[in-house]
Ligand binder design. Structure first.
Ligand code: ATP
Ligand code: MG
Length: 420
């Protein structure tokens, strides 16, 4: 061990478990790639003001969780706590919305940083794969994103997750609801912070995780009773499209993303095997966000799925992903000259697309064979000087233990055949 440890609230992804993380990222991205989403990558930090406006001044993320810093040049930056604001910023900056081809559909994958109280499933550095569809208001688009997330979870073999769904209304119907909710909340026994939140962002109070708050919320006005006709019709279409696609959901009127620019569809995926950090992903419509960060009106919808919690969900369901062995063939030279020669064969196999590794460091046969077995390889190629002089190598099946001599210049072909 060195003097240093990973910072509090972080952990390293290390083989062989790291292969699962890669596979999860790929599984979430695969349905997006096949549905018209293009890959976008933005910096790990942004001007802090982007998050203040694009995530919201009154959110926990901005008030408590952001890694903010000033650069030597005096810029006020923050490590990204989430992806949507950055992706929208980048899309606007590149004028993607002006190509006459809306919606602009983008997906991303990366690291996010929040100064949180670390616990299982809640880290200070974590990974998300996300998707955003920018510049179109169409219930089919909301449904598409939800279906793609469900398909991703299913492709991983997950089944113990639920989709919670709600509509937050829009600029027409939400203000009246907001007022009614504020009236209700002002009659409750709440601490000072929460009372302030009632003024700035009352919907967010519905999302308060504390029992003492939740208890008082029984009988709170619900948005469903206040939705305007257009929002009702929109939401009904999303629900119908999901049902037609065989996607089950639960209506959850307490599910909020309580910012003024979040509108209509909002949803969260929860997994029932994760204890209190049960949210594996979430998203929704954010029709007002573009204007909040100085862009034109661009109704949009997106989600972000947590990679770390998806891996925990796999563990909770006892699912081991079928990640292909990193090494298919392991080459073991016997002696110095064989070493040089066989290394050439290794390169040849690699160039032919066969995952191959080599017994480095001049180990003896016994140790080298141990390494071969540990590598997960199906085949070992063993060769001494005498074999090579005869133009052959020994091809050993590490599962059956069978061994036979094959011509050295036919080794790629023989290996391919043996691997099937
Ligand atoms: P929570 O209510 O658990 O704090 P959140 O609402 O802050 O979640 P989002 O901002 O919607 O989460 O992020 C989307 C997903 O990213 C979450 O569903 C979760 O899977 C993951 N995520 C968020 N914060 C963390 C974290 N600190 N550590 C690990 N994963 C996280
Ligand atoms: Mg959070």
């Amino acid at each position: 061990m060195s003097t240093f440890k990973a910072p509090k609230g972080t952990y390293d992804l290390i083989p062989p478990q790291s292969a699962t993380y890669l596979a999860v990222r790929e599984a979430i991205a695969a349905p997006l790639r096949k549905s018209g989403y293009g890959y976008i990558e933005t910096p790990g930090f942004e001007n802090i003001e982007l998050f203040a406006r694009g995530v919201g001044e009154s959110t926990d993320i901005v008030t408590k969780e952001m890694y903010a810093f000033e650069t030597k040049g005096g810029d006020q930056l923050a490590l990204r706590p989430e992806g949507t604001a950055s992706v929208l910023r980048a899309a606007l900056e590149a004028n993607l919305h002006k190509g006459g081809n809306l919606p602009v559909k983008l997906w991303y994958s990366g690291s996010y940083y929040r100064y949180e109280r670390p616990q299982k499933g809640r880290y200070r550095h974590f990974s998300q794969v996300g998707a955003e569809a920018i510049g179109a208001e169409d219930p089919a688009l909301d449904a598409e994103l939800i279906i793609l997330a469900v398909d991703a979870y299913k492709s991983l073999g997950l089944s113990n997750f639920r989709l919670l769904l709600n509509s937050l209304g829009d600029a027409e119907c939400r203000p009246a609801y907001r007022g009614a909710l504020q009236d209700f909340l002002r009659g409750l026994d709440l601490d000072e912070d929460t009372r302030r939140r009632v003024d700035i962002n009352p919907l967010r109070v519905l999302d308060d995780k504390r029992e003492a708050v939740q208890r008082q919320l029984t009988g709170a006005p619900v948005l469903r009773d206040h939705l305007c006709e257009a929002c009702k019709a929109y939401h009904e279409q999303v629900r119908e499209l999901l049902t037609a696609a065989g996607v089950a959901f639960e209506d959850d009127e307490k599910l909020v993303r309580g910012l003024d620019y979040y509108t209509r569809t909002t949803f969260e995926f929860v997994h029932d095997g994760l204890g209190s950090q049960s949210a594996v992903g979430g998203g929704g419509r954010y029709d007002g966000l573009s204007e909040m960060i100085g862009g034109p009106a661009l109704p949009s919808v997106g989600w972000a799925l947590g990679v770390d919690r998806t891996v925990l969900a796999l563990e909770a369901e006892g699912i081991t992903l079928d990640t292909p062995a990193a090494t298919a063939v392991y080459a073991v030279p016997l002696g110095e000259e064989a070493r040089r020669e066989l290394f050439g064969t290794v390169t040849e196999l690699r160039r032919a697309g066969v995952a191959t590794d080599f017994a480095y460091g001049g180990k003896g046969l016994k140790n080298a064979m141990k390494s071969a077995n540990r590598s997960g390889a199906r085949l070992a190629i063993v060769a001494g000087e005498r074999d090579l002089a005869e133009g052959i190598v020994q091809l050993k099946d590490l599962v059956s233990g069978e061994q036979r001599a094959v011509a050295r210049d036919a080794v790629v072909e023989e290996v391919r055949r043996a691997l099937g």
